[in-house]
Ligand binder design. Structure first.
Ligand code: AKG
Length: 351
């Protein structure tokens, strides 16, 4: 990140890195996304499913190691979001520890970083991503400019950085993405706004909204604090993009599939990764994020279901006991009152 980029990133809240991913890596990722598309579309309503953060209904595909949901923020067209897509195909390994992007990420986050979410998005004709973020938001997404260079206590002074972000989002364009193909849009500078936007979620209704057309292989980095959304896709081509979030190593998952937990890495993907790539991800584990119980197999899914049913039953019994407790308390109070009354009357009775 040179001084021009640093200035622009601080000023606007985003940075467009042209041609970040090689042509070859980009077309391999696009081919993988194309192959997955039909499978995602035809299974998204299937079992097993679980409910993630924000109440999103996910279908877990054990073979791909991905969890998907569909959404429609408006505009009519559908959007499929595939969480943990990195597991699905070796082509995506190119964005795990991608050198060009990591060199920027390391200038924006203090200390060791990791991937806190990975999403493959398919946005169909008519789809809009509602505008969100911007203004005074919680620390996990807030833009923090330290004001003078700082180092992580466990690292050398060479790694001094100006920014102190907990969430840097990187969007890779897998094909050329002009405005009409549903390009990402942002309100430059909104990461420093002191008020929430009163304009609502329709990106077409917000003055100051800037659409960022991209070409295949470009990477757009932005602070999650930046107000952003997806412009309407008005053409037949489905827009396909890869989205990664990076944070300090101690930050929880940003993905609604395992919010505040850890991202899901399959054994197969882990075996493909180099040591440098592994340092950006947690080791494989059953997909039991803290935010939602996510199965890794039908057997564990059934076990999870049983546990959930048990918890629900215990909660029901607890509520019943509390109700009875309340009744008993009432009866006991009534008894005490009647004893006190009888006692009082006895005392007042003339001898
Ligand atoms: O790609 C889009 O349309 C919106 C993406 C987005 O909201 C995000 O990556 O946070």
């Amino acid at each position: 990140m040179d001084e021009f980029e640093r200035y622009q990133f601080d000023l606007n809240g985003y940075l467009l890195v042209k041609g970040a991913l090689t042509r070859d890596a980009t077309s391999r990722c696009l081919a993988a996304a194309d192959i997955m598309e039909q499978r995602i579309a035809s299974t998204i309503d299937d079992e097993p499913h679980f409910v993630g953060h924000y109440g999103l209904r996910y279908h877990y595909d054990e073979e791909l190691g991905c969890s998907s949901y569909q959404t429609n923020h408006g505009g009519g067209g559908l959007q499929y979001v595939v969480d943990d897509f990195l597991n699905a195909d070796p082509a995506f390994d190119a964005v795990v520890g991608h050198e060009t992007v990591m060199s920027y990420v390391h200038r924006m986050i203090v200390g060791p970083v990791k991937i806190i979410s990975s999403e493959l998005r398919y946005r169909h004709r008519g789809n809009i991503t509602g505008t969100h973020m911007g203004g005074p938001i919680d620390a996990r997404n807030r833009y923090s400019f330290f004001g003078r260079q700082q180092t992580a206590s466990s690292e050398s002074r060479e790694n001094a950085v100006d920014f102190d972000l907990l969430n840097v989002r990187v969007l890779y364009a897998l094909h050329d993405m002009p405005e009409e193909n549903g390009a990402l849009c942002v309100v430059p500078g909104s990461h420093k706004a002191n008020f929430h936007s009163p304009y609502g979620p329709d990106p077409l209704k917000e003055p100051g909204m800037k659409v960022i057309p991209m070409q295949a292989g470009d990477a757009l980095l932005f602070t999650e604090n930046l107000r952003h959304g997806g412009y309407p896709n008005t053409v037949d081509r489905t827009r396909k993009t890869l989205h990664l979030c990076f944070g300090p190593i101690w930050v929880g998952s940003q993905s609604p599939a395992h919010y505040d937990g850890v991202v899901h890495v399959t054994e197969r993907a882990w075996q493909r990764y180099s040591e440098a790539q592994r340092s950006l991800l947690p080791p494989p584990s059953p997909m039991l994020g803290l935010g939602a119980g996510v199965p890794t197999s039908n057997a564990s899914f059934q076990a999870m279901r049983r546990l959930q049913a048990e918890v629900e039953e215990l909660a029901r019994r607890n509520a019943e006991l509390e109700r009875r407790n309340g009744q008993l308390g009432g009866a006991f109070r009534a008894l005490l009152e009647s004893i006190a009354g009888a006692f009082g009357r006895a005392l007042r009775r003339p001898n």
